[in-house]
Design a protein around this ligand. Structure first.
Ligand code: ISJ
Length: 93
């Protein structure tokens, strides 16, 4: 096998690895989006119940717990992710 042929095989393998991994990433992203949509719906149940009983939509100490949970697991970007999830779930404050 010539060097050019070897490179061709290697390039094909690389494309397969990348293509397969991208399919898995797309499938994971679909699941993540589904989970985010589910989170938004469950958060709405809590918010609606609190508002119906005369409370407020936002509960800051609970939000601090959620932000800490994400930052403990994922570091500083976890904080931004938690804040984005909170904004998606209860709107902007
Ligand atoms: C869902 C709640 O209400 C609001 C939304 C939150 C969320 O989406 O996680 C957290 C705190 C509240 O600001 C809650 O208090 O648990």
């Amino acid at each position: 096998m010539t060097t050019t042929q070897q490179n061709t095989v290697t390039d094909t393998d690389t494309e397969t690895v990348i293509g397969d991994a991208r399919e898995r990433i797309d499938a994971l992203d679909d699941r993540i989006i589904g989970l985010v949509q589910e989170r938004i719906a469950v958060s709405a149940v809590v918010q609606d119940a609190r508002i119906a009983s005369g409370g407020r939509r936002v509960h800051l100490s609970r939000e601090m717990e959620i932000i800490a949970h994400y930052s403990d697991a994922l570091g500083k970007p976890g904080t931004a992710l938690a804040m984005t999830l909170l904004e998606l779930s209860r709107g902007r404050v």
